[in-house]
Write a new protein. Structure first.
Length: 605
């Protein structure tokens, strides 16, 4: 880095950090100011300005606040008490925010359910948080039905909206009588006492093993996401954000929306991402910002060029997972000079930003910020999947550019609330994410589960996920969860699930090594139907490798290192390999022609 590059970078980080700190500082100074008070204040200041809108709905700040007040009164009428959990299964729409905001105003907690999860996984997410009730959008009744028999009979089920198929008649509607409740703010004397330490949401993250985990999001963390990203992006009242990411995730539901709403801007919400419509809609709605995940940018980049590529008013975008090799091509093709990559986890205490848009970096912590944001990269043993400890029993910090696991120091210091770790609904899962006595007796550190490297200038670069979990199509795929679904199919004796690299694709595609009772009689068609019935699309393995038996380590852990290295190329794999071909909707044997089509991009995944 040259002298002038260093000066430019330092200036960008000083300006970005100060702007962000100014916006988040008031949160801890006003512990009784929760999201309830925040949105009431926003409604006073921006009553008639459009807050959220889509192709079918539109809510001003005043209407959003009023609608949430109706939901709060509805929750009280159902006798929901402070701390009660209500699960929400709803696609992207302005109403989504109004519902969970209303429950929060009543002291309730909303668990934001992934709309891709079928059956057992969906039921697990509802049960792990101890939900008293679930609100299901009428359009998702078919998705919900397989999970229903797996739930506690005492869980209340409400439907929002009316299904065109008439399959919601047996459920109680929550929206029918909503107009009968007042949209005025709840009087002070009737309010449930709340502070920023009270829980507001559960947002699910797959973590590194097992079923999805429910991360605790109190009113502090929700507002930290709102105001933090407002500061990072420098959002103003004139900004309009294009949001096509799932609202059940932190990026699409908190960071993006909060960044703009906290300053009086507007958010256009699209139910699902479309590469074909992206730039046309962004231009039509005069959007100035959007949030991304890496795969979204790649989809846009591989789409055919056209006049819409630069016929927009986008001034900046922010997100995570933008691959280093497409950072500059994406920037140059679409004319977006400011790309703010960041690294964070819903439940974690590590948040870093790439304020100066350096290609490939997920963020930087300059020397003068290291005391405020304590993040270390420590040497990591891939075989044991644990940080390396030196002769003194302490972790060993990596040298510049050495790859290791990123750790964030956990502190219960009121002056450093961002260093707290709120954990999950499952206490055992929370404890597994904490590394103790890492650098001194009694200290505690959040284990990110990610391999990173940090260079001499303080830039961080993401390398890979630790353990079994891998990312595909913007979602974390838990191999344990997939394996459990696969071994329930007749004829499967053992299954090892892992991720493999696919040319020109983000993340890793799912692959499974199967040991079956009789390969010649194995029902591939039925197996494919089983995958569709039990796993969301992104978690279904694209490749199958049949083996006589699966190798395990001395401690009986399935050995995957060699399987991952072999991939799916028949030139390297003696075992038969099959591919879930999207063109024929069936598993077919992989041969040289298949490999050539995948390598050349002839098969769209």
């Amino acid at each position: 880095m040259s002298f002038f590059q260093r000066i430019a970078s330092e200036f960008a980080y000083v300006r970005g950090a100060l702007r962000t700190l100014r916006r988040v500082a008031p949160i801890t100074r006003n512990p009784s100011r929760t999201v309830r008070e925040l949105f009431e204040d926003l409604a006073l200041r921006h009553k008639d300005r459009v807050a959220l809108y889509s192709d079918s709905e539109r809510l001003t700040y005043g209407e959003l606040n009023g609608r949430s007040n109706r939901y709060a009164r509805w929750a009280r009428a159902q006798k929901f008490a402070k701390g009660d959990v209500i699960a929400l299964l709803m696609p992207n729409r302005p109403e989504f925010l109004a519902i969970w905001l209303g429950f929060a105003k009543a002291g309730g907690v909303t668990a934001l359910l992934n709309t891709n999860l079928p059956g057992a996984s969906l039921a697990h997410c509802i049960k792990v948080v101890g939900a008293r009730a679930i609100v299901v959008d009428a359009s998702l009744i078919t998705l919900f039905e397989p999970a229903r028999p797996l739930l506690d009979p005492g869980v209340l089920i409400f439907v929002h909206g009316e299904s065109a198929r008439g399959d919601t008649l047996e459920y109680q509607r929550m929206d029918d009588g909503l107009a009968g409740f007042s949209d005025a703010n709840i009087p002070a004397a009737e309010r449930v006492p709340l502070t920023i330490n009270d829980r507001c949401l559960f947002i699910y993250t797959s973590g590194t093993t097992g079923m999805p985990k429910a991360a605790n999001m109190n009113h502090y963390r929700v507002q930290l996401a709102f105001f933090g990203f407002s500061g990072v992006t420098g959002a103003t009242i004139d900004d309009r954000l294009y949001d096509t990411l799932p609202m059940y995730h932190s990026n699409g539901g908190l960071a993006s929306i909060g960044a703009v709403l906290t300053v009086g801007g507007s958010v256009f919400i699209r139910e699902k991402f479309s590469a074909r419509e992206f730039w046309t809609e962004a231009a039509k709605h005069e959007c100035t910002m959007f949030i991304y995940i890496g795969e979204l940018c790649r989809y846009l980049l591989v789409a055919p060029p056209g006049p819409q590529d630069r016929a927009h008013k986008i001034r900046m975008c922010f997100g995570n997972g933008l691959r280093p090799d497409i950072f500059e091509p994406f920037r140059d093709r679409f004319g977006i000079n400011r790309i703010t990559e960041f690294y964070a986890a819903t439940e974690g205490n590590i948040t870093i930003f790439n304020f100066d848009s350096k290609p490939g970096a997920v963020g930087r912590i300059p020397k003068w910020m290291e005391r405020k944001f304590v993040v270390k990269v420590v040497r990591f043993d891939v075989e044991t999947e644990t940080p390396v400890r030196g002769p003194d029993g302490r972790c060993v910090e990596c040298a510049p550019d050495e790859i290791g696991e990123a750790l964030g120091q956990i502190l219960n210091d009121p002056s450093k609330p961002a260093n707290r770790f709120e954990g999950y609904a499952d206490k055992d899962a929370s404890e597994k994410k904490i590394l103790r006595d890492a650098f001194s007796s009694g200290d505690a550190w959040f284990r990110s589960g990610d391999l990173m490297r940090k260079d001499a200038n303080g830039y961080f670069y993401f390398i890979d996920r630790i353990g079994d979990t891998f990312r595909w199509k913007g979602e974390n795929v838990s191999t344990t969860e997939v394996s459990e679904a696969l071994t329930g199919f007749p004829g499967v004796k053992e299954a090892t699930v892992y991720g493999v690299r696919v040319p020109h694709m983000e993340g890793r595609a799912g692959m499974v090594a199967l040991a079956v009772e009789d390969q010649a009689k194995f029902d591939l068609e039925g197996f494919r139907a089983h995958l569709i019935a039990h796993l969301p699309e992104y978690a279904r393995p694209l490749f199958i490798r049949f083996q006589d038996h699966l190798e395990v380590t001395a401690t009986f852990k399935q050995r995957k290192v060699d399987l991952v290295a072999d991939g799916f190329d028949p030139a390297r794999v003696a075992d038969p390999v099959f591919f879930n071909d999207p063109r024929t909707s069936r598993f077919s044997r992989v041969d040289g022609a298949t490999i050539a089509e995948i390598d050349g991009g002839g098969i769209r995944l």
